[in-house]
Design a protein around this ligand. Structure first.
Ligand code: ADP
Ligand code: MG
Length: 203
């Protein structure tokens, strides 16, 4: 059986960057990484008649992806297959490597990327409330969590390699963004506009 694990975290946390640095393990126990979106699966998109580009993001078919992960596990290739993506912890894997970054860092890292302001805000807020950690805990995964804030990608990749080799024990709960990065209070209610300066005051 091939060992299959998940590398997950909020979009912008650095999964793809770190996965690209994952080489350099001994040939007897290589690490391979594959992005969730590159796993073969039917992708359903809402594409109204006459439009060539889908108007909604791909809907992920988790059961189909899970079957694909089971197939990859049974193919028996030596080494470890790392499934990379912010949904990878939902797939049938036991070990989850979870990257974290402060909401401020996520905001910065996503700023240069496409996507809407709303989706960026949603990602920042899901990081703030530990959404992925909670999902992984609910599923009973073994979690290796790392706060990448202020760590260069190579240092994160080294941590990941050591954790994959069993040199770092499972651990989670080191961050509490709600305490250190509380949500900004809402804007004060807008003042009701006063009388227009163009209106002649009543006397
Ligand atoms: P993900 O795959 O988790 O969505 P990416 O790997 O695409 O995230 O990284 C998002 C952005 O953050 C990229 O611009 C990348 O260069 C930057 N980045 C990734 N890791 C780090 C890090 N450890 N420190 C600072 N910036 C990083
Ligand atoms: Mg990515």
């Amino acid at each position: 059986m091939t060992r299959v694990v998940a590398l997950t975290g909020t979009p912008g946390v650095g999964k793809t960057t770190v996965a690209a640095l994952l080489s350099g393990s001994p040939p007897s126990e290589p690490f391979r990484a594959v992005e969730v979106q590159d796993l073969s699966q039917p992708v359903h998109r809402h594409c109204p008649h006459g439009r060539r580009t889908p108007v909604t993001p791909a809907l992920v078919d988790l059961p189909a992806l899970s079957r694909e992960v089971d197939r990859l596990r049974r193919d028996g290739r030596p080494g470890t297959l790392v499934i990379v993506g912010h949904l990878s912890h939902l797939l049938p894997v036991q070990e989850v490597f979870l990257l974290r970054a402060s909401p401020a860092a996520i905001q910065r890292r996503l700023a240069g990327r496409g996507g809407t302001e709303r989706s960026r805000r949603e990602n920042v807020e899901s990081e703030r409330i530990d959404l992925i950690l909670q999902e992984a805990l609910d599923l009973g995964r073994t979690i290796y969590e790392l706060d990448t804030t202020g760590r260069p990608p190579r240092a994160v990749a080294n941590w990941l390699k050591r954790a994959l080799k069993g040199e770092v024990p499972p651990r989670h709960g080191q961050v509490d963004w709600l305490a250190t990065h509380p949500p900004r209070p809402g804007l004060p209610p807008r003042k009701r506009p006063g009388p227009s300066p163009l209106q002649t005051p009543k006397t």
